[in-house]
Every structure is written in C-alpha cells, then in structure tokens.
Design a protein around this ligand. Structure first.
Ligand code: AMP
Length: 423
C-alpha cells in the first residue's frame, strides 16, 4: 500500500476508538447538564474570519493555517480553532437576539500546520464550549468549573488549573507598552525571532516555554499589577465564585495563551504527565472578538479541550473511562439452517438493547468459539442442527464455561433478562 495517513494525522481505529468516543462525550457531559446546546460549523471558513478573529500576528495565523483557493477563487481555511466560527455562526443567525447567555458546545477536528510530536498533531480533535452575550463574572466561573469537572469526571486527578486576568482595552495597552520597554532592555540576549515578537506581539513573549527565555523574564512587569479597576473587580468576582464552587487554581500572572482575542479571564488546564505539550485545555473571555470580525458587540467566554492529550493523560494516570460493551452475546451457528436462525437471534437481541454478533463465514466450532472469546462477549449461543431440530440453542456462560439448552422461542428474553436489557 503506497499511501499512509498524512504527516501529523492519524486514524482512530476500533477497539481503541471506543475510548475516543467515551472521552469526547464525557468532556462535554457537564456542559450539557448546564444547558449548553450542540452547535456545528463547517470545517472550513473564509480565511478572513480567522485572520481577523484569531489575530494576524499570532503563530496560528502567520504559520499554521491550511489555506487554499477553491475552484471559485475563494480563499478558504481549514478551521484552526472553534471560537471564531461559533461567534460567526451565532451572529449570522441572530442567536444573540434571544435568551442570553447563548450557551453552546461543539466537537470536531481542527487543523494547524505545526511540527508534529507527542500530543501535537496537524489534525486534532477538540471539544469546546462558549457562553455568549453577557460579561457576568459568575459565567466565567461556570465555564472554568465545567472544564475542571470534565476532567474530574473522567477520573483524572492530576489536572491543574492555571488562572489569570489579562486586562482589557482600558488597561492592557499601557501594560503592553511597559512590557515592551522592559523586553527591549533584555532583547540583546534574545534570539532574532523573539526580538521580532517583542515588537509585534510583546505579550506572546511571556508565553515562551523555553527556560532560557523565561530566565530573562524574571523581572518583567506583571499584568495583574496593572489591571484597571473594572478588570480588577471582575477578576476578584470570578475568583470569589470559583472559591464558592470549591475550585482550586494556581494564579499564573504570565499566562497569556496563543490567540489574540482573549480579554480579562484566561485559563489553562495542564497535566504533569504529558511532557512538553502539557496543556489539555484552555480558554478565556473574548469580549470584542465579535466586533473584530465585523459583528455586533457580543461578550463571550469559552474553552477548548484536546481529546488526544486527554487520552494521553488518562494513560499517564492509568485510568480508563467506561465504554459500552462491543459484544455481549456471540452466536455460533453450525450449518446453513442454523445461520438463518443465528442471524434472526442476533437481530432480535440487538432490538432488545443487547450488543450481539455472530460467527460469519464457515469456520467450524473451534474457530467460531475463538471468535466468541475474542469478541469480549459474556455469553455464546451455539446453534447446531440437532439443537435446531429440537427447537433449542445452547446458552454458554463464557466466564464459567457452563452451558445449558434454552428454547429458541425464549432465548432472546432470557439473555436480555440476564444482561439487564429489555426482556
Ligand atoms: P488552543 O485552541 O490553542 O487554546 O488549544 C486548546 C487545546 O487544544 C490545547 O490545550 C490542547 O489540548 C489542544 N491542542 C491545541 N493544538 C493542538 C495540536 N496541534 N495537537 C493536539 N492538540 C492540540
């Protein structure tokens, strides 16, 4: 086979794909219980949406976007993140004119041309939530709590919440100028790329994970010392609510995150067992993003969590989420007549909510019983010609190995009853 999956992508295959689905569902379960409704946007958008929404000086826009011209000459981009699309969809359809906040969640692939490594892909899967239309600090606390609960419900205990406020249009520009002045005093010791970033997007320099850069930043001014009264009050209120909810966090005044649209509350969730790519999720408030993309004023806050890294975190902690059984009953027909009865029985069981499969092909008893074992089923039903003539099947408990004859007319109900399905 000359073809392989493109660099930085991967296939999700059974049986492990069951973990993938379980994680995806579990991560949004707390949000669904909090009234967040599913929203789906296209996998590609007009390029300008991300240029203006994510920010033209960000790495995502300058280096990582999959941008192409379609056959009609439009410039389109595979979505590198979900928030800009959600804000576009919400305002395009006027959802903000209804009940506020607009609460939505999404799930799906995102695309970034990054250097692949463990926990970093070019096509990766996120789930996300957004709450739009209000700048109530209680909503910030709800959003943060939903992310914390998402990981906790999966059984993860080593996820750490980092929290910061990065100010707003009233206080951040003056702070960024001070930061730039400071960075210029150390810029001789920085590499050319970072020196350029000092001028283009000083805040992002704080986000540089390299120890040699972090060392130079020891005396950098901190945004939390420069918040305007409005932002200070907002941040205090968010922390008050988080305290009420029993959420534990680490104040991280250098946390800025990679996308330009964040204002005030920003947060990241990290897992210590993941090496360099330790962020399992992140988010923040993005009041102003809607105007940036030409929409009405629309405050908002949200997060995105990475499914691949959550799976790695589960591995690191040795935790496995519960997944539905792939097969509970495996039917083994011996002969053509029995095959017809087996197909009917499996169909009947599935209709009763029981996961059932049968031995296809004509592999004989030994091969079929091996398939039954491999299927993970708790029961097998063996249908031989003699059984069939007597109107029975042999119900075998695959754990104990015990087997007894059950009338074919009753077998579906009996199995469903034993497995707790519908008799
Ligand atoms: P971001 O949209 O950059 O705030 O990322 C939110 C989360 O998505 C991160 O915390 C990661 O868990 C995940 N993520 C971001 N980029 C990648 C990537 N290239 N590969 C895998 N996961 C990613």
């Amino acid at each position: 086979m000359p073809f392989t999956a493109p660099k930085g992508t991967y296939d999700v295959l059974p049986p492990d794909s069951a973990w993938f689905l379980a994680v995806r569902d579990a991560l949004v379960a707390p949000a669904r219980r909090a009234g967040y409704g599913y929203l789906e946007t296209p996998a590609f958008e007009e390029t300008g949406l991300f240029e203006r929404g994510v920010g033209e000086s960000t790495d995502v826009v300058t280096k990582e976007m999959y941008t192409f011209a379609d056959k009609g000459g439009r410039s389109l981009t595979l979505r590198p993140e979900g928030t800009a699309s959600v804000v576009r969809a919400v305002t395009e359809h006027g959802l903000e004119r209804g009940q506020l906040p607009v609460k939505v969640f999404y799930a799906g692939p995102m695309f970034r041309y990054e250097r692949p490594q463990s926990g970093r892909f070019r096509q990766f899967q996120q789930v996300g939530v957004e709450a739009l239309g209000l700048d109530d600090p209680a909503l910030d606390a709800e959003i943060v709590a939903l992310a914390v609960h998402a990981f906790a419900e999966l059984g993860l205990t080593e996820v750490r919440l980092l929290l910061n406020s990065i100010g707003d249009g009233a206080c951040r520009p003056a702070y960024v100028e001070q930061l730039r002045q400071f960075l210029r005093t150390v810029s001789a010791e920085l590499d050319p790329d970072t020196r350029q970033r000092v001028e283009l997007n000083s805040l992002r320099v704080l986000d540089d994970k390299r120890p040699e850069v972090q060392e130079r930043l020891a005396d950098a001014p901190l945004i939390t010392d420069h918040l305007c009264p409005g932002c200070q009050e907002h941040y205090d209120a968010v922390r008050g609510h988080l305290g009420d909810l029993g959420i534990v966090w680490t104040e991280t005044p250098r946390l800025v995150r990679g996308l330009d649209y964040y204002r005030r509350t920003t947060f990241e969730l990290q897992h210590a067992g993941l090496g360099a790519q330790s962020a399992v999720g992140g988010g923040g408030r993005y009041d102003g993003l809607s105007e940036d993309i030409g929409g009405p004023p629309l405050p908002g806050i949200g997060w995105a969590l990475g499914i691949e890294r959550t799976l790695l975190a589960l591995d690191a902690e040795g935790v496995r989420p519960a997944v539905p059984a792939r097969c509970q009953v495996f039917v083994v027909p011996l002969g053509a007549e029995a095959k017809r009865a087996a197909l009917r029985l499996a169909d009947d069981l599935r209709g009763r909510g029981v996961a059932a499969d049968l031995a296809y092909g004509n592999r004989g008893l030994k091969g079929a019983m091996k398939a039954a074992d491999r299927s993970g089923a708790s029961y097998a039903v063996v249908l031989g010609d003699r059984d069939l003539a007597a109107g029975v099947g042999q119900l075998k408990d695959l754990t104990s190995g015990k087997q007894h004859a059950v009338a074919l007319a009753d077998i579906g109900a009996e199995i469903a009853c034993r497995l707790g399905g519908q008799p």
